[in-house]
Design a protein around this ligand. Sequence first.
Ligand SMILES: Nc1ncnc2c1ncn2[C@@H]1O[C@H](COP(=O)(O)OP(=O)(O)O)[C@@H](O)[C@H]1O
Ligand SMILES: [Mg+2]
Length: 268
Amino acid sequence: MPVIELKGIKREYVMDARKDASSKDEGAVVVRALRGVDFSAEEGEFVSVMGPSGSGKSTLMNILGCLDKPSGGTYTLDGIETSTSNSDTFAYIRNRKIGFVFQSFNLLARTTALENVELPLFYRRREKNENRQTAAARKERAMSALRDVGLGQRMDHFPSQLSGGQQQRVAIARAMVNDPAFILADEPTGNLDTGMTLEIMGLFQQLNEQGKTIIMVTHEPELAAYTRRIITLRDGELVSDKRVTKMRSAPDDLAKWKKDHALLSEGS
Ligand SMILES: Nc1ncnc2c1ncn2[C@@H]1O[C@H](COP(=O)(O)OP(=O)(O)O)[C@@H](O)[C@H]1O
Ligand SMILES: [Mg+2]
């Protein structure tokens, strides 16, 4: 059973043309942001979503993240048919089935790394008959997620005391703490320099190696080369879906980059 299954997904934005003074006719202009997208991903995949600006990437991300509903088609997530779901189910899916990672980290500033990661557990949506976790169990889980991203020594740091790469690690720990069906990352390294970018791509590769399913939007082909599959959108249509035959190793590239960097600073 696929983790994600999109069938004929359409999203149309209806704009009110009457606000436009130059337009003589009354009525609406329809922007067809997605024109019938079919896509499915199995557990353990690592997929890049690419495409030029305006091609529908954000629209697709919003639908995958259950932040928006399609105008047509069906979306089945981990066996749950979302098209017919109510807003409660949507909230449950967002909290339990999806781990969000954003370009801007979105950490709470006055809150330690540990507390940031505990937050989704605190707001955890429970299934019927599911017990509330104790404070101690929540803390243990959050600590374990931070150790998984290599931040075992930084749990009590505030975001301002962490590098950009470390902040994104906290965000990834937060995304994983509820053991979601997949991670949805939107330009996760957009605010990071080359070294930190390679570190984060290496972490994603490591998590994927452990079986995590990851969907990542990027407009950089060099980053897509660290994933296993690349889908490309154009004008709201999925125009290409390719396996990456030789996935680059981010840890290898990071080691090379560090070496070159050291040589450069020696020479200067
Ligand atoms: N809220 C909205 N209202 C109207 N049109 C929108 C809205 N959001 C996106 N669009 C249009 O839908 C198309 C796809 O946009 P988007 O998904 O943001 O593309 P991308 O993320 O690939 O740049 C664009 O033509 C955009 O102008
Ligand atoms: Mg976008």
